[in-house]
Design a protein around this ligand. Structure first.
Ligand SMILES: NC(=O)c1ccc[n+]([C@@H]2O[C@H](COP(=O)([O-])OP(=O)(O)OC[C@H]3O[C@@H](n4cnc5c(N)ncnc54)[C@H](O)[C@@H]3O)[C@@H](O)[C@H]2O)c1
Length: 362
């Protein structure tokens, strides 16, 4: 197990434990668990039984048993109503400001449970235990919590850092291949936005990750999670432009995800969003054809299935203009000038966007 601690403010750090097959985490972080009067373990109703067993190996029950709460599967969990229902459950079960919430699941569980933890009694401590590949390299880290509104992604949310993030790649043994491929979409993002070393790790391990190779999964989780936490520590609230790199592929990706009505997994939508951003970068002339070919080959390696998205360009434009990152512009995207070289671009014209839209959904 590797443990990481990044200082955000003089009085606050982000803590994470990364590795495979950990046990009894509270014994290693007594300062985080000693004070908790009650613990609630939040998972999703469709998670396999092995997920709860692994979560209990990580967080064994003490003299007082945990409370258990099950959320509906995937993004069905991410609504204000679900957050309210979880808060009511905590209240009815006597949870106080000294209680602890443990969110063990994919990004939908960590987004919703983190959101509920941030509003319950104006904020209680929570532990993020991401159990999908995508959530271990991205969603379960960094303290952004969210629910969807009116069919659009992550419109209401908070920043609420987990007291600890625990990425145990043993959870991934039960992960279906489609979820590995979805996570690999975010992995490609890291290769493009990160330093050369991250590009080398991902290029070496991408195919092995898709084949479920345990060593490659653990190596990629360690490298990507550490890189994300480093960016988050520099720009916790996404105000300085550092954290914006993590949105590469996400503006178009979120629109594709919303347009699919939930049929397109998040990481696959992001992979299409990455392709969109690469085409737009080439078309604006900031990305050379050679670099485009090299970076787009990483998306190709994912062997994406045909996208279950209606080719409705008007709806796409409406969604990207309402994206919370548009900041009043008609559209705003993170583009790439090359590996590790990103720049925001605003108000791109419709014909260029249409070419990128069509290329991304091919
Ligand atoms: N907060 C952030 O910074 C951030 C970043 C990226 C994505 N997200 C959000 O994350 C969500 C996507 O997360 P996701 O890809 O983890 O999908 P998900 O949470 O929808 O989970 C996918 C499926 O995998 C199952 N599952 C989870 N762990 C499993 C395991 N170990 N074995 C078998 N099945 C398992 C779940 O029950 C679910 O059916 C989206 O809502 C997205 O918006 C948030």
């Amino acid at each position: 197990m590797k443990t990481f601690s990044f200082r955000i403010h003089s009085d606050r750090t982000i803590k994470a434990a990364l590795g495979r097959g950990m046990e009894n985490v509270p014994a290693q972080f007594p300062e985080l668990f000693g004070r908790a009067d009650k613990v609630c373990l939040v998972t999703s109703s469709d998670a396999p039984p092995s997920l709860r067993a692994r979560a209990l190996a990580l967080f064994p029950e003490g003299a007082r048993p945990h409370a258990y709460y099950w959320l509906p599967p995937s993004d069905k969990a991410k609504s204000l109503a679900q957050a309210g229902a979880l808060c009511e459950f905590l209240f009815e079960h006597g949870f106080s400001r000294s209680s602890l919430l443990i969110a063990a699941g994919g990004g939908a569980v960590t987004d919703l449970a983190g959101f509920a933890a941030s509003i319950y009694m104006r904020g209680i401590a929570w532990i993020s235990v991401p159990t999908t590949f995508l959530a271990q390299i991205d969603a379960g880290l960094g303290g952004k919590t969210a629910v969807n509104l009116a069919g659009a992604k992550n419109i209401a949310g908070t920043f609420h850092q987990p007291a600890l993030a625990v990425c145990d790649t043993a959870f991934l043994d039960s992960l279906p291949h489609a979820e590995l491929r979805s996570g690999a979409g975010e992995l490609v993002k890291y290769a493009i936005i990160g330093p050369g070393e991250l590009m080398r790790t991902v290029s070496r391990d991408l195919r092995k990750v898709l084949a479920g190779d345990r060593a490659a999964l653990t190596a990629c989780v360690s490298a990507c999670a550490a890189y994300k936490l480093k960016l988050v520590a520099k720009d916790e609230r996404d105000e300085r432009g550092v954290r914006e790199a993590l949105n590469f592929g996400h503006t178009a990706g979120h629109a594709f995800e919303a347009m699919s009505g939930g049929k397109l997994p998040h990481g696959e939508a992001v992979a299409r969003g990455i392709r969109f951003a690469l085409i737009a970068s080439r078309e604006t002339g900031i990305l050379s054809k050679a670099d485009f070919k090299r970076l787009d080959a990483l998306v190709d390696a994912l062997r994406l299935r045909p996208a279950a998205v209606r080719r409705d360009f008007r709806r796409f434009l409406a969604l990207v203009s309402r994206d919370k990152k548009a900041r009043g512009a008609s559209n705003r995207f993170v583009l790439a000038a090359g590996p590790g070289r990103l720049c925001p671009a605003e108000d791109l014209d419709a014909p260029l966007l249409k070419r990128a839209f069509e290329g991304a959904l091919k």
